[in-house]
Design a protein around this ligand. Structure first.
Ligand code: C2O
Ligand code: CU
Ligand code: CU
Length: 493
């Protein structure tokens, strides 16, 4: 149950309880009979109270991914509630217009609870956005992409073996807004599709089959300064991209298929060599080509909003805005057998180290990189069995067949930080296998809360820690990695 305690600064009445606000203007279409949660439509400036009741037979808690809220309303796993329990959240909507989502954040249970449906979209609107002539009402649609598997009674099947826990779960069926073989009947005009990657570990390379480029108007929880067009767009778990899809001028009856286009390099090299891990997973392999949704033009209309040249005022943060430009805080990614780590550490509910303490009000430069020196060789046994010969990470992968450690375990990780949105300062990639197949699909000019860090990549971000003291998580949004402890927290004091 959701209560709006005050109104946003600029809109008509929008009190609602429980589900989405109805009405032709400014509303997303409700997802009927859907296993996803209802869409929460919020307005910047609103004060919101959410009564969350746990009717499951296991513990859970909900996190508002993308929203800038106090620790006590952020769904930290320390607030996990038992079956029958209730948690009352209260927060003010401080984010600008954009797309966020909510999902379970119960530690060790996140991956499976999200998989089984504990997530839904959050749409924030504001005054700046209202000045723009963006598609709304029936032309503002969700595009929640997930991969799932079903057993022979058509029930969701969550596989949780060693390869899934180490590499992430990959399903065999692609769902859009909770439905397989998704199709949209559209008019010959422009649409806004709010794409969310709600998958546990699958990374999509969104693109049309005919090579037409894609235009984005928002990344994660905010509109861009201006629309950006790319040949394809990478969308990692937890990321959002608002797409401007324009069917103007298309004939009635024409069909366009949105694909995930082929790419490589996201999985460990050895894994890819062994058949892309697809065989081990029994799912569609990471980087395979498959259709996501078909758009069929069913009605000719003569008017359509035009793509604005400029969207919202936007100040780009630079390293000079941070107070530690020369000594960035590290987020080092590494993999040991069954233990993906951040800065060499696993999650501990109430623990932070010195480097994770950040004064309130600061903007920090953070460097996210792969740390090969923390390979999986310490334990000796790789997940594939066999001893890896000791020493530091071996640059020659052919010497490393025995253990899945060091550089051999180097894979893509979508890194999410709670709290305020951040900006990407730079992205540098070593010339690793496969990188060329993804490199044109990143939009780094907007607000972000989740960034895909490909093998060999170093990503630097400027992250504000303003408004709220307390514990704010950062973690890999490969949900199997998150549950395995690839999560830490900042303590803002
Ligand atoms: Cu989308 Cu901490 O999570
Ligand atoms: Cu989050
Ligand atoms: Cu990861």
């Amino acid at each position: 149950r959701v209560e709006i305690l005050n109104q946003g600064p600029a809109t008509a009445v929008q009190k609602f309880f429980g589900t989405v606000r109805k009405g032709p203007a400014n509303s997303l279409v409700q997802l009927p009979n859907n296993y996803l949660g209802p869409i929460l439509n919020l307005q910047q400036g609103q004060k919101v109270r959410v009564y969350f009741t746990n009717q499951l037979s296991e513990a859970t808690i909900i996190h508002w991914h993308g929203l800038h809220v106090p620790q006590s309303s952020d769904g930290h796993p320390m607030y996990t509630i038992a079956p029958g329990g209730q948690y009352v959240y209260e927060f003010e909507v401080r984010n600008p217009a954009g797309t966020s989502f909510y999902h379970s954040h119960a530690h060790n249970l996140t991956a499976e609870q999200v998989y089984r449906g504990l997530s839904g979209l959050i749409v924030v609107r504001d005054v700046e956005e209202a000045k723009l002539d963006l598609p709304d009402g029936d032309y503002d649609l969700p595009l929640v992409i997930q991969d799932r598997s079903f057993d022979n009674r058509n029930q969701l099947r969550y596989v949780h073996g060693m390869p899934q826990r180490m590499m992430g779960f990959l399903g065999d069926t692609i769902l859009v807004n909770g439905k397989p073989s998704a199709g949209f009947q559209v008019k010959s005009r422009a649409y806004r599709f709010r794409a969310l990657n709600g998958s546990n570990s699958r990374i999509y390379k969104l693109g049309w089959d005919d090579g037409t480029p894609l235009t984005a108007i928002a990344t994660d929880a905010g509109l861009l300064a201006r629309p950006e067009t790319r040949p394809y767009l990478m969308l990692a778990p937890g990321e959002r991209i608002d797409l401007w899809l324009d069917f103007s001028g298309r004939a009635v009856g024409s069909k366009l298929t949105l694909y995930s286009l082929p790419y490589s390099g996201a999985m460990p090299a050895m894994y890819e060599r062994m058949g892309h891990g697809g065989m081990m997973h029994g799912g569609i392999h990471q980087g395979a080509k498959f259709p996501i949704a078909v758009f069929e033009v069913t009605e000719k209309v003569s008017d359509s909003p035009k793509l604005p040249e400029k969207l919202v005022p936007f100040r780009r943060l630079t390293a000079a805005d941070t107070d530690n430009a020369d000594s960035p805080l590290p987020i080092a990614l590494s993999m040991q057998p069954m233990r993906p780590l951040l800065n060499g550490m696993s999650f501990a509910m109430d623990r932070v180290v010195e480097a994770e303490k950040v004064p309130l009000g600061s903007i920090k430069k953070i460097r996210i990189f792969h740390d090969h020196s923390r390979g999986g060789h310490r334990g000796g046994m790789g997940m594939m069995g066999g001893m890896r010969h000791g020493g530091d990470a071996d640059p020659n992968p052919e010497h490393d067949m025995g253990g899945m450690g060091g550089a051999m375990m180097n894979m893509a990780h979508p890194i999410h930080l709670h709290g305020q949105q951040y900006q990407i300062l730079s992205r540098h990639a070593a010339d690793t296998d496969g990188y060329a197949s993804v490199k044109d699909g990143f939009i780094d000019s907007g607000w972000k809360d989740t960034v895909l860090v490909m093998p060999g990549e170093v990503v630097e971000i400027a992250k504000p820690f303003q408004d709220y003291k307390g514990l704010f998580l950062y973690h890999c949004h490969n949900l199997e990695h998150e549950d395995l402890g690839m999560m830490r927290q900042f303590y803002v004091y």
